[in-house]
Write a protein that binds this ligand. Structure first.
Ligand SMILES: [Zn+2]
Length: 434
């Protein structure tokens, strides 16, 4: 008998004996504090990776589904999903280009103006953004004459940023990259991480990296969907595989403190269904006064019982009620022979459609302004994605708005559906027809 080379033998052993996905009985550990994760926040069943939009040729190949079983840590209350797919695989060739929403760009432009004014940023300053995408935000600092650096892992997206004059490093951010930049003297007056914290599997390495990248007097701003709003407004579809963590101010403060940072201000924003913008500085920076806003958000969260397990226990039944109401509406529409088209192909649609069991039989097609998604299909359900003109051509009775956080903008753009008596369906927080 020939002996297999040792490495190959080891590979074969690991292929047969060690499944990639751990069984439920294996205790999972909290991404932040390491405590055992024993409590379920909500179990949304199985769903495919939501930012993989198959082409017609790929439809016959089958797709991987992963559990969307969300847990909450009893020690630090971080709401979290297990990481099944490596960020390298998810984000290397990421089809999401931030620049495809008007209201989002406006939000970014306002942010830049505000930071320039509040922190006196100018030609002598340096701004670094982690997960800078296609330069959607940094472009406004560039226009304001403030030197910037974007750090973005998806090469195809970073290329677009560089083409529009936003210097971008194609890297996954963490302590290693931060140390390299700091060694080159490239620490920043403003470090920003907008809508990225949720997507980081190694949370501690990432936050530590942000601190390393900060000048002693630098300011860090973080924007993320606020867990309190997610729960209050029933936004269970914002839970998906690319988002590993869901943050309250209470937990964020603990994370910042663990890394020698302190939150000194927080704003509540309407973006993504209700977000927080947290301002932090190094803990030893005595020049910044902690604004009353921090205690106010903490007070709201404490009132909602987010500082104890009770607050987290109601969420699962709330999601289930919405699922049933949505199915009831769509099944009635189908029975009455009404035609339903979708609008948008956001990541979150995968969770909503899979958890609720909605397929092509209930939503014929969807449309999206992003040309990279047109001609492709939603993952799992294979609902086709067309150019928005399709709605004018087919005159559906209902337009089901999948990115409900942009519903006002979308309803304004699609006012013409009123010409044939068309109506809009907004699924979250409760099914609304308008
Ligand atoms: Zn924890």
């Amino acid at each position: 008998m020939t002996r297999l080379p040792r490495q190959m033998a080891q590979q074969m052993v690991s292929m047969t004996c060690a499944p990639e996905i751990q069984p439920q009985s294996v205790a999972l550990a909290c991404r932040f504090c390491g405590a055992a994760l024993r409590r379920t926040f909500v179990d949304l069943g199985m769903s495919p990776l939501c930012e993989t939009y198959p082409s017609a040729a790929e439809l016959g190949r089958g797709e991987m589904y992963f559990p969307l079983h969300v847990r909450v840590c009893e020690e630090c209350f971080l709401v979290q999903l297990e990481e099944f797919e490596s960020p390298e695989k998810i984000f290397r060739d990421y089809p999401y280009f931030s620049s495809y929403s008007d209201s989002w760009l406006q939000h970014c432009e306002e942010y830049c103006g505000k930071m320039i004014q509040r922190f006196g940023l100018g030609a002598q300053s340096f701004v670094a953004e982690v997960a800078s995408n296609d330069g959607y935000l940094l472009q406004y600092f560039v226009r304001g004459g403030v030197p910037v650096l974007g750090i973005e892992p998806a090469a195809n997206v970073a290329k677009v940023a560089i083409e529009k004059g936003v210097p971008t490093l194609v890297q996954f951010f963490g302590t290693q990259v931060a140390r390299e930049l700091a060694a080159q003297g490239r620490t920043a007056d403003l470090v920003l991480g907008n809508n990225v914290l949720a997507q980081v599997p190694d949370l501690n390495d990432f936050v530590e990296g942000m601190k390393i990248l900060l000048k002693p007097s630098g300011v860090l701003t973080l924007e993320f969907p606020h867990l309190l709003r997610l729960m209050e407004l029933n936004q269970f579809d914002t839970i998906y595989h690319e988002h590993f963590s869901y943050f309250s101010m209470l937990t964020t403060q603990r994370i910042l403190e663990a890394h020698g940072l302190k939150a000194f201000d927080v704003e509540e924003l309407s973006s993504h269904g209700g977000s927080l913008r947290v301002y932090a500085c190094r803990a030893e920076d005595g020049t910044r006064r902690v604004e009353p806003s921090v205690a106010e958000v903490i007070r709201q969260e404490t009132m909602a019982e987010l500082a104890s397990m009770q607050g987290y226990e109601r969420f699962a039944s709330q999601a289930l009620r919405t699922k049933r109401a949505l199915l009831e509406f769509l099944l009635t529409a189908a029975r009455e022979g009404k035609r339903v088209a979708g609008y948008g192909a956001p990541g979150k649609s995968a969770t909503l459609l899979h958890y609720c069991g909605i397929g092509k039989d209930l939503i014929e097609y969807t449309v999206d302004r992003n040309p990279h998604k047109q001609g492709r299909f939603l993952p799992g359900t294979h609902i086709p994605i067309y150019h928005p003109e399709r709605i004018r051509e087919t005159k559906p009775d209902y337009v089901f708005i999948l990115p409900w956080n942009l519903k006002d903008e979308i309803m304004q753009q699609l006012q013409f559906i009123r010409e044939w008596g068309g109506r809009f369906v907004v699924p979250i927080p409760t099914v609304t027809v308008c």
